[in-house]
Design a protein around this ligand. Structure first.
Ligand code: SAM
Length: 315
């Protein structure tokens, strides 16, 4: 029962993320014409939170663009713990869609996502349908190059089956995305997952966004960092520092890795980008933003030569 309560609390973090993104979109931080289809309400968020989300979305976008360029748009994207992410439709709109796009999350979440997709013609109409067919179950959706699948990422035995239903191709250049997901999965389950992926996808890049610098100056994990929304952050040990973030990949058979705090990511945004968003809302204490950004990072890992050593720099 305790585990179920934890899983529900973990799934609720998707509502937080979606509502925060919708709020920032509404204020004009970045465009996303699709987020409204998935979340109806927004809670007001502080300016530093909105700027943090902007840096997160932009930072991830840098790697997506590099991936699409390097894979000649012949790659596949696999979003782990995708929640209500709208990336598929945003890419589709710009005509830069990869060959296949797979999203995985708990069945409770994918069922809700399926429901929203079914309900909105605009979302359905953008799904590729070579033979005009879209297959739905309560929790899963299969279109020609978009697959939404419900599963628990801690159960590796389900993964082969679920990915084959999603028409995965292990030989294609592949990008894995995990935004605030691995921190909810315990170290040993993440390790199994990362090893399995490293073994199967030899030409791939993993882009991970999550907490970092979770210990205080005495080396103790801060108690408030152990729980978020009432659920245990089971993977907190891997979020200790940029080094532990990188090591998590290399000890699990990824060839190389790199990591940046969100302070570095924010500073890598173009001057014009920063100046634009800094005019959306006033932020009296710049220190608040820096403190927030220091506790999040983007880490990347690669297998094979194609995606080796990509940097956070735009372009
Ligand atoms: N990646 C999305 C985003 O950034 O908007 C959602 C982030 S939300 C904070 C975390 C997501 O990870 C939730 O949707 C949750 O259900 C999913 N998740 C966490 N643990 C999972 C697991 N063991 N299996 C499948 N999904 C999981």
């Amino acid at each position: 029962i305790k585990d179920m309560a934890d899983d529900e609390a973990i799934q609720a973090t998707n509502d937080d993320a979606s509502e925060s993104k919708r709020y920032a979109v509404q204020l004009g931080y970045w465009p996303d014409p699709f987020i409204n289809f998935f979340v109806k309400q927004t809670g007001r968020k502080a300016p530093e939170i909105n700027r943090g989300y902007y840096a997160r979305v932009k930072g991830i976008e840098v790697f997506i663009e590099k991936f699409l360029k390097l894979s000649g748009e012949k790659g596949q994207i696999i979003n782990l713990g995708a929640g209500f992410d709208t990336l598929y439709w945003r890419l589709k709109e710009t005509g830069k869609c990869p060959v296949n796009f797979i999203e995985l999350d708990f069945p409770n979440i994918t069922a809700r996502k399926c429901y929203h997709i079914k309900k909105h013609k605009q979302l359905i109409d953008m799904l590729n349908t070579e033979d005009g067919e879209i297959r739905f179950s309560t929790t899963d959706l299969h279109a020609a190059n978009y697959h939404l699948v419900g599963m628990d990422l801690r159960h590796i035995s389900e993964l082969t089956n679920k990915l084959s239903q999603a028409e995965v191709n292990f030989n294609l250049p592949t990008m894995f995305l995990a935004e605030c997901v691995l921190v909810y999965i315990d170290t040993s389950a993440t390790s199994t997952l990362l090893k399995w992926l490293a073994g199967k996808f030899t030409n791939s890049i993993f882009v991970n966004y999550e907490q970092v610098n979770m210990k205080d100056k005495f080396g103790q994990v801060m108690l408030s960092n152990l729980r978020s929304r009432g659920c245990l952050l089971a993977g907190v040990d891997d979020c200790e520092s940029l080094e532990t973030q990188q090591r998590r990949f290399t000890i699990n058979n990824w060839e190389g890795s790199n990591a940046w705090t969100m302070v570095e990511v924010y500073d890598s945004l173009s001057q014009s980008d920063r100046s634009r968003i800094e005019h959306i809302e006033m932020l009296d204490e710049r220190e608040l933003l820096t403190q927030l950004l220091q506790h999040y990072c983007i880490s990347v890992a690669w297998n094979g030569q194609t995606f080796k050593n990509l940097s956070i720099a735009q372009g």
